[in-house]
Design a binder for this molecule. Structure first.
Ligand code: ADP
Ligand code: MG
Length: 477
């Protein structure tokens, strides 16, 4: 039997505000435990939460970026449960009336096709503190610095049908929140956390199967693997006559498996009710207009423009618009060297692999767009060949020196003087009579050997096109 997976994601993204959603305490990551939680975050008696306007502004920007309904009136509710890292005994969230309603994003799949994924809603809420189970032997530490950090929870429709689609969607949301400055999206620091809901059904069946929820996934690779494992587990369960039970499961990357955390029967009844300490949030046109006025060009639009204006393939354009910083780097380079295709090849080739190797972000690149343009100009005017340029690039990466001074200092200039190349070719032919005879007898593969000899004599600096041409002429002459 053919099975089909159905996947919906709930993504929690921390908003880039300096202070918390209902207090003035700072939100910076990594401070000494419990130095950034004030009386409001601790829920001490007599305090009142005050809504952070910046969190609202960021939520509105996100809503606009995904083409969503922005609610003129939304309501904060108390979600009641007990946990040691939640001293108030409730989380302030939004329930029936979220700030952002129905929206959508387009994902680009590895095979080049696109698909629209619906976003059901996005609501504002406060983050909880953290329980530290590993730092104290036999004890659990509670760090409340994270309590009250603003979150936007983005809930998707169950529109995805494979782990690859789920990853593409999660990456899209990640890309958008970073483009528009809503979140830093730092997954190691927990700024972007994914809960994945997944079920399977027989191919062709309309009704959804029973789903499980995979909690708190903090990397795209784990998302893909957790879903693949869970889909397989559900199919095996059903095929062996069992039933999938609705439950929350945790993915363990070390064992590459999911295990049950709690079942539906143990699920909380949160007893949501409107928070009496907070007025309904009412947005007027002016506030919405101000929030979205300086939205940058969004990733899809930028990708389309890169294809149209620079003649790039969908694939190249998608790679180059992955982040705003990378797209800016490309545009600076493409303009400076006036050859977008060459710029794209160098960024997606040498630069990307060097960044990858040294685990650096584009903003940390030791070679700036202006410096790389200096090198590409030397390829364009024939000073260096493509191969030599790679050596120059490595030098620039290590020393931070400009292309021209490295080419000069390391003698990496290409040899284009015909007479000079001819005399080297003559010497190579004289030194290898056997190979010359073989070539003339029809063994064409020997040609590559002779080219290699000339290159060796010149330290790889002879212009390859000229070497080929001169060698041919001399061998036939
Ligand atoms: P809850 O309120 O219990 O969290 P929701 O209805 O809000 O449930 O759904 C949570 C997420 O689960 C959404 O992203 C939704 O798309 C997804 N989802 C709902 N039903 C299914 C299903 N049968 N299979 C896969 N995902 C589902
Ligand atoms: Mg939920």
């Amino acid at each position: 039997m053919q099975w089909e997976a159905v996947i919906g994601l709930e993504i929690h993204t921390q908003l880039l505000t300096r202070s918390k959603i209902f207090s003035g305490a700072p939100t910076a990551f990594g401070a000494e435990p419990n130095t950034q939680a004030c009386a409001i975050d601790l829920g001490l008696p007599g305090v009142l939460p005050v809504l952070n306007a910046e969190a609202v502004r960021l939520a509105v920007r996100f809503g606009r970026a995904i083409d969503a309904e922005i609610s003129r009136r939304s309501v904060f509710a108390r979600k009641n449960y007990f946990y040691p890292d939640l001293p108030k005994g409730y989380q302030i969230s939004q329930y029936e009336h979220p700030i952002i309603g129905r929206g959508q994003v387009e994902i680009l799949l590895p095979d080049g096709t696109t698909k629209i994924i619906g976003v059901t809603r996005a609501h504002l809420e406060e983050d909880a503190g953290k329980s530290l189970h590993e730092d104290f032997h036999g004890l659990t530490g509670i760090d409340l610095n994270r309590a009250g950090v603003p979150l936007l929870e983005i809930v998707s429709e169950p529109d995805m049908r494979s782990p690859a689609e789920a990853v593409a969607y999660a990456k899209k949301i990640h890309q958008i929140v970073r483009y528009i400055g809503v979140s830093d999206g730092n997954m190691q620091e927990g700024s972007f956390r994914i809960d994945a809901n997944v079920s399977v059904r027989p191919g062709g069946q309309q009704a959804f199967g029973t789903r499980t929820e995979l909690k708190n996934i903090n990397s795209f690779r784990f998302l893909e693997r957790a879903l693949a494992y869970e889909i397989e587990r559900q199919i095996e369960t059903l095929e062996s006559g069992g039933t999938v039970i609705q439950e929350t499961r945790l993915y363990d990357p070390d064992r590459d498996e999911t295990r049950s955390l709690r079942t539906k029967e143990e699920a909380h009844d949160y007893r949501y009710f409107p928070d009496p300490d907070l007025l309904p949030l009412v947005l007027d046109d002016e506030l919405i207009a101000a929030a979205v006025a300086d939205l940058p060009e969004l990733p899809d639009a930028r990708r389309a423009r890169f294809q149209a204006d620079y003649g790039l393939s969908t694939y190249d354009a998608a790679l180059l618009t992955a982040s705003r910083e990378l797209a800016d780097y490309f545009e600076t380079l493409a303009c400076a060297c006036a050859d977008p295709k060459l710029a794209a090849n160098w960024i997606n080739g040498e630069l990307a692999s060097a960044l990858n190797r040294d685990e650096l972000e584009i903003t940390q690149s030791p070679v700036t767009a202006e410096q790389l343009a200096g090198l590409l100009k030397r390829i364009q005017d024939g000073t260096v060949s493509g191969t030599l340029a790679k050596q120059v690039f490595e030098g620039m990466w290590e020393t931070g020196e400009p292309a021209d001074s490295l080419i000069e200092a390391r003698g990496l200039k290409q040899i284009t003087d015909t007479a000079a190349i001819e005399s080297i070719v003559d010497a190579v032919l004289a030194a290898n009579p056997a190979q010359v005879a073989q070539y003339r007898a029809g063994k064409e593969k020997v040609f590559g050997f002779l080219v290699g000899q000339v290159m060796k004599q010149t330290g790889g600096r002879a212009n390859p096109t000229q070497v080929n041409e001169i060698l041919k002429r001399k061998l036939f002459g």
